[in-house]
Ligand binder design. Structure first.
Ligand code: PRP
Length: 218
């Protein structure tokens, strides 16, 4: 019979750039998965039998969901998603990469609209963050329009006055004649942990967090 020590520790990672950087870092602390390096695989879940680890890749916004429900013990995800999804998970570590900023952006001509609490239209993939910023921090009533990507289109095609979106290098804005008008908050990759796993698998999880911290501080 399996005892607690033999239980798999399950990681949920965001598909894409963040997963690549995360796996690189995990590898440096001995949390490895050879199976995952095969670029052509269609597999969804990867296992390291020897270390009793499992990994899966999910869409960013779903990572906190898997962690909240305990389908994954540990997740790595951007703080934009943590703020937007608002799931019951412990956020335990800032990995310091995937750095970018959540901003209000638009054409220069829209700057004035932000100063005078006008009722404006805000397009965004992040309605919760946008609502919190405009309603609670700025006391400005706005209409939030949810989009699923290429949000910069909003002001360009006349759907919205401004957008709330992630700015990393700023090149998407520049190439489309838009500017950062206000900064909402800095963002980076974070480690999140399921609340029950934190108690039941505390030793293993604590060990990983401490090794990650040491590596990041080195
Ligand atoms: C993100 C974000 C911006 C862009 C910012 O989009 O929504 O559009 O990157 O990066 P930059 O400042 O370096 O140009 P993503 O590539 O994730 O695609 P999406 O717009 O379809 O969500």
């Amino acid at each position: 019979m399996e005892n607690e020590n033999q239980k798999y520790l399950v990681f949920a990672l965001c598909k894409g750039r963040l997963a690549f950087k995360t796996l690189e870092l995990l590898e440096q602390i001995g949390v490895t998965c050879e199976e995952m390096k095969d670029k052509d695989t269609r597999k969804l879940v990867f296992v390291n039998e020897e270390l009793k680890l499992k990994f899966f890749l999910a869409k960013g916004p779903d990572v906190p969901t898997y962690v909240e429900y305990g389908a994954a013990d540990i997740g790595v995800v951007g703080s934009d998603i943590i703020l937007e999804e608002n799931r019951r998970v412990y956020e335990v570590l800032d990995l310091g990469f995937g750095k970018c900023r959540m901003c209000v952006c638009g054409p220069e001509s829209a700057r004035d609209l932000l100063m005078h609490r006008e009722r404006i239209r805000v397009a965004t993939k992040y309605p919760t963050i946008a609502k919190d910023y405009f309603f609670n921090k700025k006391n400005q009533t706005v209409d939030i329009i949810k989009l699923n990507g290429s949000v910069e289109l909003g002001p360009i095609v006349g759907l919205s006055d401004v957008i709330v979106d992630i700015v990393e290098t700023g090149s998407t804005l520049r190439e489309n004649g838009l500017d950062v008008l206000e900064e909402i908050c800095p963002l980076s990759a974070r480690v999140i942990v399921n609340q029950v796993s934190m108690k039941m698998q505390n030793d293993r999880i604590f060990d990983i967090i401490e090794k990650l911290k040491a590596k990041l501080n080195a």
